[in-house]
Design a protein. Structure first.
Length: 347
């Protein structure tokens, strides 16, 4: 299944977009969220941190109804940057080849299946040298309900995408449990199209024409489309919107913290999301004997990730090439040198 992460971002932006006159309603609605009180798992560590910058790990689960074990389909960091006055979104490829504590080198998405949020956060902190203090998880079915709650979204669909998208339409339609839903509608036209919830889910699930990173691009299209719709909505529709999303959200942030976060973003003023993908070389995807296709990264990429999150500097192609060359010239070993499966692959 494709990323539900977009709706946690939507939640943060939703709180921001609501005028102060509605704050009481918003606060009371936020109290209905699933609050995870296990705060000790997010204890501060020695990794990168800045008190003017708030990083929230956004997790989208790929669980279907009745499943007790699932992987994290989507993993992103939403950065509320009060130092540089902007919002940033960093996508981590689900197939990123990382060292999962207690499990060795595997795909990043497997960390959630092994140890839920706690192990996923620990994996991200140790591999990417970040101090994660906040997280929010959104379940699978929120995708359909939230898109419908904002009245649908508009995205541009290409010829190859429409073919793949229609393969998922029926399944996604069956997951829409609303009793008053319209008859199923397959996509017939390319270009900018208005999508319902199940259609948007089908669009976000497309993967066969390209790769994981291209799918992430489609997910970001959906994020931005939702933000656009929310920013133009009548305030009278916000309570219904909150009712649609909050039952699906689990977070360690209490209502007061979320309201405070909303005020921070209001101070920034610009809802535009600056985006970055990690690893920096998704085109270097390789196939391992047991793990399948994975996306490796080396430690020289981590400071460039920090530069984007903390210093507001998105690495250029030249920056990446320069860092790569310096790393090679230093003679430093690959972080995967101790992994037999990775070492068995010849290049």
């Amino acid at each position: 299944m494709s990323g539900l992460r977009k709706f946690v971002i939507f939640l943060a932006v939703l709180v921001v977009a609501i005028p102060a006159s509605c704050a009481g309603v918003v606060y009371s609605k936020l109290k209905t969220m699933q609050i995870d009180g296990n705060f000790d798992m997010l204890a501060s560590n020695e990794y990168k941190y800045d008190n003017e910058i708030t990083n929230i790990l956004l997790v989208g689960s790929d669980a279907r109804p009745g499943e007790t074990v699932s992987r994290s389909d989507s993993m992103m960091i939403l950065t509320v940057d009060n130092k540089h006055k902007n919002l940033k979104l960093t996508s981590f490829g689900r197939d990123t080849y990382v060292n999962i504590p207690g499990h060795g080198f595997q795909k990043l998405t497997h960390a959630y299946a092994y140890g839920k949020e706690k192990l996923l956060i620990e994996t991200i902190e140790q591999n990417f040298k970040l101090d994660i203090q906040n997280y929010a998880k959104v379940d699978f079915f929120s995708f359909i309900d939230i898109v419908d709650a904002v009245g649908g979204i508009e995205v541009e669909i290409t010829d190859p995408e429409i073919v793949e998208m229609n393969k998922f339409i029926y399944e996604c339609y069956q997951w829409d449990k609303k009793s008053n839903k319209d008859p199923i509608r397959y996509m017939k036209k390319t270009g900018v199209q208005s999508l319902t919830g199940y259609q948007a889910l089908a669009f976000a699930r497309i993967r066969h024409n390209d790769g994981t990173m291209e799918r992430d691009d489609r997910q970001r299209q959906v994020i931005e489309a939702i933000i656009t719709k929310v920013s133009k909505m009548s305030v009278t529709r916000y309570p219904k919107l909150l009712n649609s999303v909050l039952p699906y959200v689990q977070t360690n942030m209490d209502p007061g913290s979320i309201m405070a976060l909303g005020k921070e973003v209001l101070g920034i003023g610009d809802l535009h999301l600056n985006t970055m993908q990690f690893p920096l070389h998704p085109e270097n995807e390789i196939r391992l004997p047991e793990s399948g296709y994975v996306i490796p990264f080396e430690q020289y990429e981590v400071p460039l990730l920090h530069g984007f999150i903390f210093d507001n500097k998105k690495p250029t192609k030249e920056d990446i090439e320069s860092a790569s060359n310096k790393w090679k010239e230093s003679g430093e070993e690959s972080q995967y040198s101790s992994d037999p499966e990775y070492s068995s692959v010849s290049y």
